[in-house]
Design a binder for this molecule. Sequence first.
Ligand code: BEZ
Length: 252
Amino acid sequence: MNITWDADKYTKDFSFVHQYGDGVAELLDCPPGSRVVDLGCGNGALTERLRERGFQVVGIDASGELLEKARKSWPEIRFIQGDAADFALEEPADAVFSNAVFHWIEKEKHPRMLRCVCRVLKPGGQFVFEFGGQGNNRLIHRELETAFQEHGYSYQMPFYFPGIGEYAPMVEAAGFQVRAAVLFDRFTELKGDQGLKDWIRMFIKTPFQTVPDPDEQEEIIDTAVDRLKKDLYRDGKWYADYVRLRMKARRI
Ligand code: BEZ
């Protein structure tokens, strides 16, 4: 999915994305000095956390805007612009790590992406990742779909959110042994009075390309957000109904 990111706003208002990523990174159990790839590194915040643990890191991302931010923030880290399904390294890696990225990649592209990850790893290398799993943001997408329909448009949910039963076999077929897999709810606090509205504006971009009038786009968002208030607004704070799929695998 080709998206232009507002790298400053993403970094300022959506820092929870990389804060939660720390828990995923804890699954890596390689020694300091290991070569670790942060696949879909975005603004590089987690790549830096991995570097602080003593790993030799490289960050890979498709977004020029986010990489520019990453390079400015951490000039000593190597960041490469590349496609998750089609990248190569000069030397094989001990581990590949990825947080909150794979749901942006179309389902059809996942087998190629997983084979690509397998190719860059040493035999026995670790692959640790988390992304949106089955049912992720179900409430949000349901209300957006209804609001789109009421305005005469159809809503194409732009993400891939698989369950364990669907994804683990794909990981295995690419050449990995799956060592752990979990799907869990993570009701996630959003920042600010307009938390949910800002979240929709930041992350749900492509479905709105079919709605030419910006005022109508706003009306759709307002309608959905009003209806979501009963479920996603608690004690003065907005939340998103995240579900995560987390896995740890090893290259055979
Ligand atoms: C997620 O991290 O699950 C996610 C973030 C933005 C849009 C969709 C999903």
